[in-house]
Write a protein that binds this ligand. Structure first.
Ligand SMILES: [Fe+2]
Length: 186
């Protein structure tokens, strides 16, 4: 039987990968399979990671970050019928499905970014990500996540830097407003 993959080993691998390169495509392509492996092992998963946050619609639990907030790993659960507004992350993101199907809509930005607090978006693609599947987003990529199933879903999220310490935004599709996006993290 092969050796079990753990959160500690994953963090060590994240450090090695990001020490060797700044290239996001390379980071994402190397981190992705490791995130999938950790997501399938589930030895890091605790009952509290299923505790939902009805106000926010999703419960976010920090599993790791470096002292400078880089290499942030979260378990995130999603309530049925809930999700996020369109948002970016201010860093690269690798999300591996752990349990249930999460709808993921990616957007492209149409405006010239000259108006502060304003953004026009259009849908680029719209997919359902199942357990074991990956969603990878480079810095500046915009998406939303929604749980359209009737059960709580859970995914493993890894970011170049903890999202609450980045310059990142949420987007209102109707008003075209762009504003700060801070999430509540346990
Ligand atoms: Fe996201």
């Amino acid at each position: 039987m092969s050796e079990r993959y753990t959160l500690d080993r994953y963090v060590e691998d994240l450090r090695q990968i990001t020490q060797k390169t700044d290239n996001e495509d390379e980071i994402i392509s190397r981190v992705g399979p490791l995130a999938q492996r950790l997501a399938s092992e589930k030895n890091w998963l605790q009952p509290k990671h299923y505790e939902t946050d009805a106000a926010q619609g999703f419960g976010a639990y920090l599993l790791h970050e470096e002292p400078d907030h880089t290499l942030a790993v979260f378990a995130v659960n999603w309530l049925p019928g809930r999700g996020t507004p369109p948002h970016d992350h201010g860093t690269w993101a690798v999300v591996a499905g752990v349990e249930g199907i999460e709808r993921n809509i990616r957007y492209r930005r149409l405006d010239d970014r000259s108006r502060p607090g304003y953004a026009e978006l259009e849908v680029k693609h719209d997919i359902n990500a199942d357990a074991g599947e990956l969603i990878c987003i480079k810095t500046g990529g915009i998406h939303l996540v929604r749980n359209e199933t009737d059960r709580v879903t859970l995914s493993l999220h890894t970011y170049g830097k903890h999202v609450n310490y980045n310059d990142r935004s949420q987007f209102d599709l109707e008003t075209k407003e762009k504003k700060d996006f801070i999430v509540r993290v346990e």
